[in-house]
Structure formats: structure tokens, C-alpha cells
Design a protein around this ligand. Structure first.
Ligand code: NDP
Length: 330
């Protein structure tokens, strides 16, 4: 049985990952928090034996680590886990900069540990089916894609996720999901980006809560993304238009095992049957396999790093207001 340590007494750990680990027969040995009371409450509620505020003690209690601390802390926590010889599943965004991401990947490689990133949308049934249909040529050559990923971030999650600190904000915190999903669905990485952020104050915030972007891929495909933390009544959707057909996915970015998918071709409209699996359970299943067999996690450190590189370009584009595309640096 794989012994997990939760590095971060976070909402996502409590609401999603604990269940996903238990569903994969993992054992949760301990939780680390920077605050003793938070560690105790978290561990008591979830029946976790170890509750620590000392990282060395925490690392001694487990074999693999789930990092879900605030975005700006992912770097130091992943480096510390790798130094302690622990395999790591890190929350997105992997890092706050390309340099950090590169160092994290190098540290894990040098320590011989797995580095995976919780880009959980790769684990959802609707997205996996959509990727399979793109790959088997059901829509011919993909030409255009659109992602709508709008919703509301509860106020208690604003600190760390919607502030002006490094790695926070709508682009790093949310658009990185779309960037990684588009790469997963289309098997290519954007070359250049145009973006505009929006400060419309639907909710109180000091920073932009929404961003729209347009990006061009090496094949010539053009994709648009829309991310928002301040749209209370919106569904999520992904559309891919190809030379022979189109795919329409709805309710596909929520993190719940849900969503619908239809394929439209010259033959007509065809609903795609789906048997939903929890996406986080799928992420943990692949992580366990990576640890035990050396297989590829659903999203590895390099996938996390590339999402950061596109997010950096999107941030520059959003700040500049420039209509010239910003190049994605590798
Ligand atoms: P939370 O704010 O719930 O937790 C993040 C950290 O904040 C915790 O580790 C904790 O630090 C600290 N914290 C929690 N409560 C308090 C408090 N009352 N006062 C002060 N500090 C507190 O964030 P989320 O769970 O939403 O996000 C955690 C990570 O997961 C982020 O990197 C986020 O981007 C990512 N995420 C990923 C999702 C996905 O679907 N892949 C979805 C949601 C989030 P400590 O550990 O020291 O106690």
C-alpha cells in the first residue's frame, strides 16, 4: 500500500484528493500544515493519524507527497520533497515561473522520483473520449478550438489563488487548466498568444478575474480560451471544429465526473455515450502506476512546465494590451 503525505491542509485535498487516494487503495499517513491547529482539525476530520508542522518529520512518515499548498509555495515544497526522496503529485500551476518549473523537474530527475501535476482535466471521461475521437480522425484535421471555463471562486479561496502574488491570478490559477487540456486534446503546443484581461467588478477583487485569449498552434490551428472567476451562472464547454466534423463537449471542466459530448459530421449529430469516472481518481491511479511501474503520469513535470510557459506568454500579452501575438518561450 502506498503511504501518502498531504503537504497542505487545503480545500482541494479535503474535497477531492483524499477520496481519490482512498479509491485507489492508497493509505493517507499524514498531513502537513504551517499551522498546528489547522493540521489537527484537518487530520481529525479525515481520520489521518499524522499531523505535522515540521517538514522533516512529515517526510519521514510517507513515501509519496501530494503538494496542494498555495501556488507560490509549490516550488519550495516540491524541491523539499524531492530532496527527501519522495515521489510528488503537485497541484497546478506547477510553479510561478519557467525557471522554477525547470528546477523542480531537474530536482525530481536527480533524486529519481516521479513528478506529476494534477492537471485533472486529462482524467475526466468526456475529455479522454474527446481526445480519442480527435486522434482517430473522427473530425478530420482540427482547425479551431474554443474553451469556456467560467465560474465563481468562493471568497475564502481568494488568498493565494486570486491575488497579485506570484503564481496567483486567473491566468496561472485557471487558464493553465485550459492550456494543458488543449495540448492534451490536440497533441500540440501553442506558439503565440494574444490576450485581454477583464476587471469588471462582479465580485470584490484587486486583480483581474477573467481573461480571454487567442492562440495559434504549429499546425495553424487557432484556439480561444475564456476563463473567469466571477461568472455565477455559466456552464463550461469545449468545441473543436475539424475538416470533417465538430466535437461539442459541455459541463466538461468542473472536476465532477460529469459532462456530455456530441459529434457532428455530414452524417448528422451523434451523442457519444460516456461512463463517467472521477477525474482525480484517474490522476491518482496513473500516479500510482508511475511510482510502481515507471509509466508516464497523466501529466508530468514537463506538461506542468509547458503550461507555465504559455501562461507566462498569456500574462505578458494580457498586460501589454498588444494586438501583436506574444511568442511562447520554450
Ligand atoms: P486553500 O486556500 O484551501 O489551501 C491552500 C493553502 O492555504 C493550504 O495548504 C493552507 O496552508 C492555507 N490555508 C487554508 N486555510 C487557511 C486559513 N484559514 N488561513 C490561512 N491559510 C489557510 O486552496 P485550494 O485548496 O483551493 O488550492 C490549493 C492548491 O490546489 C492551489 O495550488 C490550487 O491552484 C490547486 N487547485 C487545483 C484544483 C484542481 O482541480 N486541480 C482545484 C482547486 C485548487 P497550510 O497547508 O500551511 O495549512
Amino acid at each position: 500500500q502506498i503511504r501518502w503525505g498531504l503537504l497542505g491542509a487545503s480545500t482541494i485535498a479535503r474535497e477531492r484528493l483524499v477520496n481519490a487516494i482512498l479509491a485507489n487503495d492508497g493509505y493517507i499517513a499524514s498531513v502537513y500544515s504551517s499551522d498546528r491547529d489547522r493540521a489537527i482539525v484537518f487530520a481529525d476530520v479525515l481520520d489521518i493519524p499524522g499531523r505535522m508542522t515540521d517538514l522533516s518529520e512529515f517526510f519521514r512518515s510517507c513515501d509519496v507527497v501530494y503538494v496542494s499548498s498555495r501556488n507560490r509555495l509549490h516550488y519550495e515544497h516540491v524541491i523539499a520533497a524531492a530532496s527527501a526522496g519522495k515521489h510528488v503529485l503537485c497541484e497546478k500551476p506547477l510553479a510561478t515561473s519557467l525557471d522554477e518549473a525547470t528546477e523542480m523537474i531537474d530536482a525530481c530527475r536527480q533524486s529519481g522520483v516521479v513528478l506529476a501535476v494534477d492537471h485533472h482535466l486529462r482524467g475526466s471521461t468526456v475529455n479522454r473520449e474527446m481526445a480519442a475521437l480527435v486522434r482517430n480522425g473522427s473530425i478530420g484535421r482540427p482547425l479551431f478550438a474554443r474553451v469556456v471555463n467560467a465560474g465563481v471562486l468562493p471568497h475564502h479561496l481568494y488568498p493565494g489563488r486570486l491575488t497579485d502574488e506570484a503564481g496567483s491570478g486567473i491566468i496561472f490559477d485557471k487558464a493553465t487548466h485550459d492550456i494543458d487540456l488543449l495540448r492534451y486534446l490536440l497533441s500540440e503546443t501553442p506558439l503565440e498568444v494574444i490576450a485581454m484581461t477583464s476587471d469588471v467588478p462582479v465580485e470584490r477583487s484587486l486583480v483581474a478575474q477573467a481573461v480571454m485569449s487567442t492562440m495559434r498552434f504549429p499546425s495553424g490551428l487557432v484556439a480561444q480560451t475564456f476563463d473567469a472567476f466571477n461568472v455565477p451562472c455559466s456552464g463550461t464547454e469545449v468545441v473543436i471544429n475539424g475538416t470533417e466534423g465538430s466535437l461539442y463537449a459541455s459541463d466538461c471542466l468542473s472536476g465532477r465526473p460529469a459532462g456530455g459530448l456530441k459529434l457532428i459530421t455530414a452524417a448528422g449529430e451523434q451523442p457519444i455515450p460516456l461512463s463517467h469516472i472521477d477525474p482525480y481518481t484517474e490522476v491518482v491511479r496513473h500516479f500510482h502506476l508511475a511510482v510502481t511501474t515507471g509509466s508516464r503520469p497523466l501529466a508530468n513535470g514537463e506538461d506542468g512546465r509547458i503550461a507555465i510557459s504559455v501562461a507566462v506568454a498569456m500574462s505578458i500579452a494580457g498586460r501589454s494590451g498588444n494586438s501583436q501575438p506574444t511568442t511562447v518561450l520554450s
